[in-house]
Design a protein around this ligand. Sequence first.
Ligand SMILES: [Zn+2]
Length: 323
Amino acid sequence: MKSLIFLRKDKTDLPKGHLSHYILLIMTITLFIFIFGICIGSFLNVCIYRMPAGESIVTPRSHCPKCNQLIAWYDNLPLLSYIILRGKCRHCKEPFSIRYFLVELLTGICFLLIHWVFKGVSPASIIYTILAAGLIVVTFIDLDHLIIPDEISLSGIVFGLLVAGFLTFFPYLGGGFIIENGTILTYPMGKYIPLVNSFLGVLFGGGILLLIGVIAKAILKKDAMGGGDVKLLAMVGAFIGWQLVILTLMIASLIGSVIGSIQLMMLKRKDHSTELTGHYIPFGPYLALASFISLLWGNALIEWYLSLLSQGMVPPANGGMLP
Ligand SMILES: [Zn+2]
C-alpha cells in the first residue's frame, strides 16, 4: 500500500456537504457497475445458447424460438423485460426459461462483488470481470452439454498470460483508484499477478488435473477427467496464479464431493437399481464457482489458515505426535 497517493486522508476531514456527495458517488458507481453487469449477462445468455451450436454470437439478432419473431430492443432489456413480459414472448406467449433472467442477475451480482472486494475500478478489476464472464458461460454450457468450449479456455489462457505480461512490463498502466473507509485513493502501480506467476498458474492448474486424470485412467481404465476441465483450470491459473489455483482445486473438490454425495443420495432414493457408475457429473461448474471464491477471498483464506497454523490451533499433519 506504499504506492498509494492519498487524495483525502479521512472522510471526517471533509466538510459536511461533501459526505453526501461521496455517498451519491458510491451509489452511482455501484448502480453503473450493476447495470453494466446485467447487460453483459444478457450477452452471456447469447453465448451460452449459441456457442455450443457453433452459431455466431453477433448475428442474427435474437428471435423467439417458437414464432421466430425478432425480439425488439425494448423487449430485450436485461432483467426488466423478463419481469414486464412475465417471462413470455410478446407475440406468441411462449414462455422463456427463467435462466435468462438468472444469468443476467448472476452476472450483475458477480460484477458488484468483484468491485466491492477489489474496492473500485482498476485494470485488475476489469480483467477479473472478464474472467467472471467466461466462468459463467462455461458453467452453463458445461451443465447443458458436458463440454467446455476451447474458444473460451484456450483463448482465456492466451489472454490471461498477455495481460499479466503487459502489466508486468508496463506496471504504470495498471493504476486505478480504490475506495476505502470513505476515501478515494488513487494508486499509480498495478496490483496484479506478475507474468511468472500467471505462467506457473497455467502450468499448475493444467498440470495437476492432467496428472490426476492420467492416474485415475490407469486405475479406473476409463476417462475420469475431461480435457475441458484441464484447460479450464489452466485458464483460471493464468488469471489468479499458482497459489490460488491450487486452492481452487481444493475448494472445487470439496464443493463437488458435498453436492455429489447429495445427488447420489437423491438418485439412490429414486432408483433402487443404483445404476450410478455411468452417471457423469460435470466438474466445470464446481471449478468455476471455486475459482470465483478463490479470486475474491482466496488470499484472505490462505492468510487465515496460516495464522491458525502459527498459533498452533491446527494440529500438525502427524496428529501432534512427537517424532
Ligand atoms: Zn414467440
